[in-house]
Design a protein around this ligand. Sequence first.
Ligand SMILES: NC(=O)c1ccc[n+]([C@@H]2O[C@H](COP(=O)([O-])OP(=O)(O)OC[C@H]3O[C@@H](n4cnc5c(N)ncnc54)[C@H](O)[C@@H]3O)[C@@H](O)[C@H]2O)c1
Length: 346
Amino acid sequence: MSCSLSSSSIFSDFSAARPPTALVTGAAGFIGSHLTEALLADGWRVRALDNLSGGRRANLAAAHALAREPDQQPKQGRRAPGRLTFKFGDVLDAPLTSSLIAGCQAVFHLAGMASAPQSQLEPERCLDINGRGTLNVMRAAAEAGVRRLVYASSSAVYGDLPTPHVEGQPLRPNTPYAAVKLLGEHLALFFQEQSGLTTVSLRFFNVYGPRQSPDGPDAGVVPIFAKAFDEDQAPTIFGDGRQTRDFIHVRDVVKAAVLAAQTPDPGDGIFNVATGHGTTVLEVADLMRRLRPGRPAPIFAPARAGDPLRSEGDPAKAAAILGFRAVVPLAQGLAELLGEPSRREA
Ligand SMILES: NC(=O)c1ccc[n+]([C@@H]2O[C@H](COP(=O)([O-])OP(=O)(O)OC[C@H]3O[C@@H](n4cnc5c(N)ncnc54)[C@H](O)[C@@H]3O)[C@@H](O)[C@H]2O)c1
């Protein structure tokens, strides 16, 4: 992928010799670490901020290796060790956040509590990290003259509304996590009106791929099932398994985030990042058991409060305005993950 610096990008006045700089919050997490790599591969300098509450330093190993590669100008062949800097810190630390944002052209805000069930247990903490933390990042970006802020919103803002979910429909967030994600979208619009900052809120659907943690109260079904199969255990399905999810590979999600950063006119700046296809949890379990024959059949537990029955995003708006289309088929993404357990860390 090499597009951020192309002529159709808002960063076309930069080049590999004079790269633009981005802050990625939550960079040591699942999606943030893949995004950091993609930006480095595109020629960006990246400042990575994470408090390691959910992410791991090891997730950034490949990004550090990439940042050490000779830069993309073969004539100079210089090494560019400074293209990635990692800062251990918290988005709640406003002075730190401001200092990291100063001099950045783009900010990708992914840090936060990524768990709806956790937000039901700790709503104040969710409001603090995902609300006040987001406010810190967006205010600092607006004040620093950043050109584009990309915000990791969530399909959770739709709650249990009928599918397919379309950006313009009235929303029904039904957990503190979902409500605060929606607050972030409104803060983005507020700062956009107040400053030269343009913002894009991406409503990620069910992201899966390497480095996704199987632990914690909101771990995705894919890493949970993969771990269960590694341990020859029966995976647990909450509810009857007929609930659908729009599973999207992290490679596609990263592509959407890069396009969101560079698209000159992103319209109202709110997009689903989805495949448009719903797959039941039972189908995922079947697909995965076909890839790992002989593994135990799933067992069932009561459905969890706040879990929607159906979740499928309409991808048309992101296709029309950002030129984004998800291309990794679920069967391929799962086969890559289950082929070798070590690839889950890749
Ligand atoms: N994975 C999905 O399916 C999905 C779906 C919708 C939205 N999202 C959103 O995308 C973003 C990234 O999700 P992910 O799946 O990579 O989760 P993740 O937990 O792997 O990444 C979040 C990162 O943020 C860091 N972090 C948390 N609180 C912080 C704080 N106060 N200061 C600094 N860093 C902090 C964590 O250490 C972690 O590395 C989140 O905002 C999440 O809500 C994810």
